[in-house]
Write a protein that binds this ligand. Structure first.
Ligand SMILES: Cc1ncc(COP(=O)(O)O)c(C=O)c1O
Length: 450
């Protein structure tokens, strides 16, 4: 099997950086200007992570494509890291937003759309009661608070190398079996080991051991890990996790913010999971900020029993703009007309095609990599062995190589997520878009090891 020749990789990277800069004078000028008012020249810290010397500044996006200010066209497989899984500015959502913008954006009062969305979420995901937040992070945070209140327990449990947004409790990893703050954790309020237990995905004995003392309020989990590459559950894992959580009085929180890619009812409906809480953000409103969390009848009853009208606005679950009319109008349109079963019927085969294209090159050049998929999401990882947990997936990451692959793709009109090698299909992505990626991926690998 060929190994990556690092000096060759570095010299190819230099060539690609030069090409990136040469092709983007207007983005470069905007970045230089931005450096005088925005920290690091970007509006959000992680936007500095794109593989080029600066991020391409966007002129406009539509469907599965966007143009930067220099007129370069991109096929967007990043799709706002799922926030735009609907495709950019889907017409139905845009229409609903345009109409709602003229009729009031945020009122601190409910609209009929809220009821419609609650009913739709009930049908889709099987949980009877719903609440809204502006981000998936907040939906997770609020669910955790409720789980703590209901169980009277202080700790939560997450899986090693998970990501659930900027939830303080979740920035914890295992090092040599010991839980510690995740690398890069900025100003944690307390050592996360105080609030959180962490075990490897697919490790049922470790899960049982962690739950046994009876101090864990909830397990917060993606049903398939998607933020360290894709890590699938082993057969029987979900059923066993459900049984263990029930046995030890721990609530099960399934965060489907990314795994909604598995189908219109997410992984939960596809695999008949039975969570106590369900979290869905990012794509739910077609890119307009909004998120939802749902829970069972039993959880709803326990929340209500503990509800205190006088303090309900200052109990730690809030957000003045949460549940606003604009995001609910956008959710209604997105759920009814964009993220439909028919859309998934189109998106999933495209991800299969993308996966097959990548696999063909892996086979041709015998690189020790693999490609995997969940619904309309696909991802390649720099290890031939399919990881069974976060550590194995994390150990396969190669920051230098990843940046090269991303930059090579960007220079040829393709955007992947900046964080790993993930591609998402939107309802309007085409076979040609996918085939262009297959060609570019092959060229990149050929240059690296051919
Ligand atoms: C599984 C999962 N949950 C929650 C979040 C947080 O979403 P947001 O950043 O929109 O709050 C993310 C973000 O990547 C995620 O991947």
């Amino acid at each position: 099997m060929p190994t990556i020749d690092r000096p060759r990789l570095q010299s190819l990277m230099q060539r690609e950086q030069q090409r990136f800069v040469n092709d983007r004078p207007k983005s470069k000028a905007l970045f230089d200007r931005a450096g005088k008012s925005l920290l690091g020249g970007v509006p959000m810290n992680w936007m500095a992570k794109w593989a080029g010397a600066f991020p391409p500044f966007v002129r406009e996006a539509q469907g599965a494509h966007f143009y930067d200010v220099d007129g370069n066209r991109y096929i967007d497989f990043c799709l706002g890291d799922t926030g735009a899984m609907t495709g950019h500015s889907p017409l139905a959502t845009v229409k609903a937003v345009e109409e709602q913008v003229r009729r009031g954006i945020t009122l601190m009062l409910p609209s009929e759309d809220a009821v419609w969305v609650g009913e739709e979420l009930q049908k889709r995901f099987g949980l009877p009661y719903w609440q809204f937040a502006l981000t998936a992070t907040d939906a997770n945070r609020f669910s955790i608070r409720l789980a703590r209140q209901i169980t009277g327990r202080s700790k939560i449990l997450v899986f090693n190398w998970c990501y659930h947004g900027t939830v303080d409790e979740s920035f914890i990893t295992l090092k040599d079996g010991v839980a510690q703050a995740r690398r890069g954790n900025i100003g944690p309020p307390v050592d996360p080991a105080v609030t959180t237990k962490v075990v490897e995905f697919n490790d049922l004995p470790a899960l049982e051991q962690a739950l046994a003392p009876g101090d864990v309020a909830c397990v917060l989990a993606e049903p398939v890990m998607t933020n360290v590459g894709i890590v699938h559950p082993e057969p029987g894992f979900h059923q066993a996790m459900r049984e263990l959580t029930k046995k030890h009085g721990t609530l099960l929180m399934i965060d489907e913010t990314h795994t909604i890619c598995a189908g219109p009812g997410g992984y939960t409906r596809a695999e008949n999971l039975e969570p106590d809480f369900y979290i869905f953000g990012k794509a739910i409103a077609g890119g307009v900020p909004g998120a939802a969390y749902g829970f069972t009848e039993d959880v709803a009853k326990k929340i209500t029993e503990r509800h205190n009208l006088e303090d309900c606005d200052t109990g730690g679950i809030g957000g003045t703009l949460a549940g606003n009319s604009l995001s609910l109008a956008a959710m209604r349109a997105t759920l009814s007309k964009v993220l439909t079963k028919e859309a998934f019927d189109n998106m999933i085969p495209l991800a299969e095609r993308w996966t097959a294209g990548v696999q063909k090159t892996i086979d041709e050049f015998q690189v020790p990599w693999h490609v995997t998929r969940l619904g309309c999401r696909a991802e390649y990882l720099f290890a031939s062995k399919i990881p069974k947990n976060g550590t194995e997936a994390h150990d396969a990451m190669d920051f230098e190589l990843e940046r090269f692959m991303h930059l090579y793709a960007m220079n040829r009109g393709i955007l992947l997520t900046p964080f790993h090698n993930m591609a998402l299909m939107s309802p309007v992505t085409s076979k040609e878009d996918v085939d262009h990626h297959s060609r570019v991926f092959r060229e990149a690998v050929k240059e690296l090891v051919g």
